[in-house]
Ligand binder design. Sequence first.
Ligand SMILES: [Zn+2]
Length: 265
Amino acid sequence: MHSRWDELTASDWDLALKMSDSTCILPIGILEKHGPHLPIGCDLIHVREWSARATKKEYAVVFPDYFYGQINEAKHQYGTFALSEKVVWELLEETCDEIGRNGFKKILIVNGHGGNPELLRYFIQTRLEKPRNYAVYFFDPQQDADFQKQYKALHKSDEADDQHAGERESSSLLYFRPDLAEMDRAGIESGVNQKRLSNPNVYTAIWWYAAYPNHYAGDGSKASLALGKFISEHIISQLAEAIKTVKADKKTLELQNEFFNRMKK
Ligand SMILES: [Zn+2]
């Protein structure tokens, strides 16, 4: 049985719902510059590969590539696809409603873009706004001490700067799509924190641009296939475990329904 929604036939549907325990993954990436050397769809490629590989270990249906998220901070760079806030919100809401209308009771959001988590957590919190017949989950992998130790042994550049198209992300892209990584260009722009704004204990939207005006944070030239293989295989096995957890979970929907029944009208 294929995992991807767009590769299933309508006559596969009942069996796909049964095999997935009515679980559908919504893989969310973005289209944005990734330094001078990685493809615009780097985050999308990551969530696509994680989902494809994890569902081979633990079956679930995977919604087609979704790249409509929060990316205002890269609008000064080519390749950025940034829809307006209302469209982003309504598209996400209606996408989940449509996944639900097709029989899925559990939607697992798998995110690959660093500018999305605030949006996605707020979206999930607001699912309690009114009764719905499905639950939304967020894949939120934690790293244990064992992972940290091996990661530190393989990682060469400054960890604080390694946030976007740097060593970590360049390594995992090298693992999934070496044909798309233009590694000889990784050093032509700076991914060092420019520290142009200092307001301790305060958050403001321009912080990212202040620090990383090239929309590049880290040093992609330090990338290695060994690091890429290690982090990618780790996250794929964590995702397979999360799918297993969501499939087995009956309590979330039960409590959600109890809550909706008690909700003051
Ligand atoms: Zn990225």
